[in-house]
Design a protein. Structure first.
Length: 192
């Protein structure tokens, strides 16, 4: 019995060694199989994404589709000429429209930039001033001076007029006004 037990032990250890050798061999087989599959996938992807488009673009297309392509090219050329003419006309119209819109928007911007846009060129009326709040009357009065570039001592007026695109501070301005501006200044003062 002792001999039978020894044989079993030896055979178990030998059995383990044999099993380990088989596992290593099967691992190598799986690795080579995976490597082969990866190679096939890479070759297939190359064919699909690189070779196939090149074949299609080099003219190796069925002859019927080549003649169809020639006819289509002629149609495209005709359409292209008419589209160019239309596009040129459209660009000219757009350019004219843009120029007109720019002029209008500049005028609107300037008129929106002033409390009283014409206070330097037209004598104002009471009706012009009735729609203005007391603070707006103060701004309108000082706007007459700001057009000439008066540098204001009041910080709120300096901040307000500095935000206007037309205001250019002129430290040399002495306070001279034309007759229309003087009239409007007196009228605004009377309403304040």
């Amino acid at each position: 019995m002792a001999k039978k037990a020894e044989n079993k032990v030896e055979s178990r250890s030998e059995h383990r060694k044999l099993k380990n050798k088989e596992d290593v061999f099967s691992s190598k087989r799986y690795f080579s199989l995976i490597l082969s599959i990866a190679g096939v996938l890479i070759i297939g992807a190359t064919a699909i994404f690189y070779v196939y488009p090149k074949i299609m673009n080099e003219g190796n297309i069925h002859p019927e589709s080549a003649s169809t392509k020639a006819v289509a090219d002629k149609d495209v050329k005709k359409e292209t000429k008419s589209e160019k003419a239309t596009e040129t006309k459209t660009k000219e119209v757009a350019k004219e429209t843009t120029t007109k819109e720019t002029k209008v928007s500049d005028e609107e911007k300037q008129s929106n930039d002033y409390v009283l846009p014409e206070s330097n060129s037209r004598k104002l009326t009471n009706a012009d001033l009735t729609k203005l709040a007391p603070n707006d009357l103060r701004l309108a009065r000082n706007e007459i001076y700001a057009r000439h570039g008066l540098v204001f001592k009041s910080s709120d007026l300096t901040i307000y007029f500095s935000s206007k695109s037309w205001y250019k501070p002129n430290p040399a301005y002495s306070g001279q006004l034309n007759d229309v501006e003087q009239y409007n200044l007196n009228l605004i003062k009377s309403k304040e």
